[in-house]
Design a protein around this ligand. Structure first.
Ligand SMILES: Cc1cc2nc3c(=O)[nH]c(=O)nc-3n(C[C@H](O)[C@H](O)[C@H](O)COP(=O)(O)OP(=O)(O)OC[C@H]3O[C@@H](n4cnc5c(N)ncnc54)[C@H](O)[C@@H]3O)c2cc1C
Length: 333
């Protein structure tokens, strides 16, 4: 019989974020499980999921565990795993857990698998190889087995609030590392929103000459930002658009290589996607593998989206369409 443990960090406001609630929802399908919480305050998070069905709630609590640091994160995770005698350890594959997953498994004499996209009884995990081209199902005999579940693969735990009894786990861990702040890429806006329902992709067409023979980059930036602010969509880009800055051409100031979707970019998970002024070539659309409903706006009826890559292709001027969409969004009560 496996002893399943879900580990999660609490947020600055004491709550549990969606990736953590997804990992708990995944554990619910496997059988009895425990939850281990790490953070400055853990009672609020435990109460948030009190009715999730966990047998025990372990917690490492303290200001030193609020900071995302290898030394304290790994020590806390190891201590809870040992206290719970866990054989299967499930964590959300956030950047914070991704940093410590392998180290925690090594400390426990176990194995880690990251970027897991599904988990079923056994447990058997699903993950992708070769840049999301081949899907494998696998299991392991080694225990403990630490499994890092990619966000967006499981519907998150909803509701389940109540009053939970926490079992404190004492950890003495210090670190000379102090997190002083966040250094983000040189974009003027935070445009990547992994939790957004919609992915809005801008292609190089936004910076190209339009039917009047002129480029309209400033207007493109205004339209795109206006839409992002009104819809809270996440912004993706084609490679051509983010590469333009290196070629000294007019570019959208809020765009960086982090926005790039595709074979050499990211493969985000959003319910819907809208591509604009983007041709829809295979190296780009391969990054849309997990986008459930796809739409595109392109002047060219023969663009790549028309060839089975989009559910709906609007053959239209994206400037005109998005200007109208922004107008409608602004008029919405
Ligand atoms: C090894 C390799 C890896 C690659 N990896 C990636 C990757 O990870 N991601 C990626 O994106 N690409 C990648 N590429 C590049 C990819 O093949 C394409 O070159 C790129 O996606 C094209 O970008 P685009 O569609 O924005 O630009 P373009 O091909 O220039 O297309 C612009 C589009 O905008 C349309 N348009 C212009 N004005 C308007 C308007 N007013 N309204 C509507 N539509 C308009 C045009 O009709 C055109 O279809 C890779 C290529 C290689 C060889």
């Amino acid at each position: 019989m496996e002893t399943i443990l879900v580990l999660a960090h609490t947020e600055a406001d004491g709550s549990l974020a969606q990736p953590a609630r997804e990992a708990i929802a995944a554990a619910q399908t496997l059988g009895p499980f425990h939850v281990g919480l790490i953070g400055n305050h853990t009672q609020q998070a435990a109460n948030q999921i009190a009715g999730c069905g966990a047998e025990k709630f372990f917690a490492v609590t303290g200001a030193e565990f609020a900071q995302p640091r290898y030394a304290t994160d790994a020590a806390a995770a190891e201590a809870i795993a040992r206290t719970a005698a866990a054989t299967i350890i499930l964590v959300p594959h956030t950047s914070r857990w991704g940093r410590v997953a392998a180290g925690v498994a090594a400390r426990l004499g176990g194995r880690a698998d990251t970027h897991v996209t599904g988990i079923a009884a056994g447990p058997t995990i699903t993950r992708w190889y070769y840049r999301q081209r081949m899907e494998a199902q696998m299991t392991r005999t080694q225990r403990p087995w630490l499994i890092a579940l990619d966000p967006g693969c499981v519907a998150p735990l909803q509701g389940a609030a109540g009053t939970a009894t926490i079992l404190p786990v004492n950890v003495t861990a210090t670190s000379r590392t102090q997190v002083c702040g966040v250094k983000a890429p040189a974009t003027s806006q935070q445009t990547i929103r992994p939790d957004a329902k919609l992915l809005f992709v801008a292609g190089a067409g936004w910076t190209k000459k339009q039917p009047d023979g002129q480029t309209h980059v400033a207007e493109a930036a205004e339209i795109i930002l206006g839409f992002l602010n009104a819809s809270q969509a996440s912004l993706g880009s084609s490679k051509s658009l983010v590469d333009l800055s290196g070629e000294g051409q007019a570019v959208l100031p809020f765009m960086s290589h982090l926005n790039q979707i595709g074979q050499t970019g990211s493969t985000p998970r959003h319910r819907k996607g809208l591509a604009t002024c983007c041709h829809g070539e295979e190296p780009h659309t391969v990054g849309w593998r997990f986008i459930v409903e796809r739409r595109a706006i392109n002047l060219d009826p023969n663009c790549g989206w028309a060839r089975g890559k989009a559910d709906v292709l609007y053959v239209a001027d994206a400037f005109a369409v998005m200007r109208k969409v922004n107008e409608l969004l602004a008029a919405k009560p």
